[in-house]
Design a binder for this molecule. Structure first.
Ligand SMILES: Cc1ncc(C[n+]2csc(CCOP(=O)(O)OP(=O)(O)O)c2C)c(N)n1
Ligand SMILES: [Mg+2]
Length: 341
């Protein structure tokens, strides 16, 4: 039994769609930069984990999806939610704890949910959402639906028991789930080498005879191609895949952590910033004459305008009233959420 590299050909992408990947990463980056600013102004409370540096994973992976496919994310979820279609205004309002937020301000940064766009969280417990994603994949197959599930998590989650139980079931029952490990090398301040018996996360799939692939997570097109192959396998044959996207976060673990702390050097962070996925993709596109500096600046201005509007909307929104404490506590009266809805 060995780790398999999937053999489907790359998913081709029109030039305009390649430019769109740049646009989406830029929006994610600008959104997160404003989150950092708003956090320091105490507009955002609680925890706040930024994805700056890792945008190629969420944007590349989700570019392979149909709008009604499902995703799950960890607490580092802002860019995942926006890329899946959540309105940036409602995401920012959720971070501000306002009534107009995605979950009416009750979830906050780590628990972004958007049922309309099939974004099923935002989960703060490391690895806790992996069985949930597996369960949704089971439901999709059981209900003979064509959708697939993408489940994003960090590399620290692969040492959690639920990860192994989920991959075993997904392989055994042939479930349409793509497990995407965003391996940014650190779980808080602990390097993977200090926490894991093996560092090659994709190898874990061998134990379940599951297809797997390691991909450069700083390259949006490489991510798109790898996830595209896995999504096709899930959709057509109901087969799961484990993807390891090797990436790097440029910020600290959360807003309460310094950028490099004692666990990594300034030099390491600076060296990784040279691989900035946005700069890398822009260079590729400009070398091909698809975008020039002026085009990039226009796109940037658009992204900043969306984020400005999101902040303005959130700031002007009311806080939830006291009565909200008693609302949305129980699910609908006819029993659990059903995908058939
Ligand atoms: C079960 C559980 N244990 C510990 C924590 C505390 N914790 C929060 S984030 C984190 C690190 C997770 O790292 P990783 O999975 O690599 O994701 P990243 O933060 O790098 O995106 C830990 C240990 C938690 N939230 N849940
Ligand atoms: Mg990590």
């Amino acid at each position: 039994m060995s780790t398999t590299r999937l053999s489907e050909p790359p998913v081709s992408l029109a030039d305009e769609a390649q430019v769109d990947l740049l646009r989406r990463m830029l929006l994610g980056r600008r959104f997160e930069e404003r989150c950092a600013e708003m956090y320091s102004l105490q507009k955002i409370g609680g925890f706040c984990h930024l994805q700056i540096g890792q945008e190629a994973v969420s944007v590349g992976a989700m570019s392979t999806l149909e709008p009604d496919d499902y995703i799950f994310s960890s607490y580092r979820d802002h860019v995942h939610a926006i890329t899946k279609g959540a309105n940036p205004r409602r995401v920012m309002a959720e971070l501000f704890g306002r009534d107009t937020g995605l979950s009416r301000g009750k979830g906050g940064s780590m628990h972004l949910f958007d049922a309309e766009h099939h974004m099923l969280g935002g989960h703060a417990i490391v690895g806790g959402h992996i069985p949930l994603a597996t369960g949704v994949a089971f439901a999709l197959k059981y209900e003979e639906r064509p959708q697939v599930v993408l489940c994003f998590f960090g590399e620290a989650a692969v040492n959690i028991g639920a990860f192994h139980e989920s991959l075993n079931m997904a392989a055994l029952w042939k479930l349409p789930c793509v497990y995407i490990c965003e391996n940014n090398r650190y779980g808080m301040g602990t390097a993977i080498e200090r926490a894991s018996a093996i560092y090659d996360v994709a190898q874990r799939a061998c134990a379940y005879d599951m297809a797997s692939e390691t991909v450069d997570g700083m390259d949006v097109l490489a991510v798109r191609e790898a996830v595209g192959r896995a999504v096709k396998l899930a959709r057509t044959e109901h087969l799961p895949t484990l993807i390891e996207a090797r990436c790097y976060r440029f910020m600290g673990h959360s807003m309460s952590d310094p950028v490099h702390g004692h666990y990594r050097t300034k030099e390491e962070v600076e060296e990784q910033k040279l691989k900035d996925p946005i700069r890398h993709h822009f260079k590729r596109l400009s070398d091909r004459g698809l975008v020039d500096q002026a085009g990039l600046e226009r796109m940037d201005a658009e992204a900043r305008a969306v984020v400005d509007a999101a902040v303005e909307f959130a700031d002007a929104s009311p806080e939830p009233g006291a009565g909200a404490l008693y609302e949305d506590v129980y699910s609908r009266p006819y029993g659990p959420y059903t995908l058939s809805k």
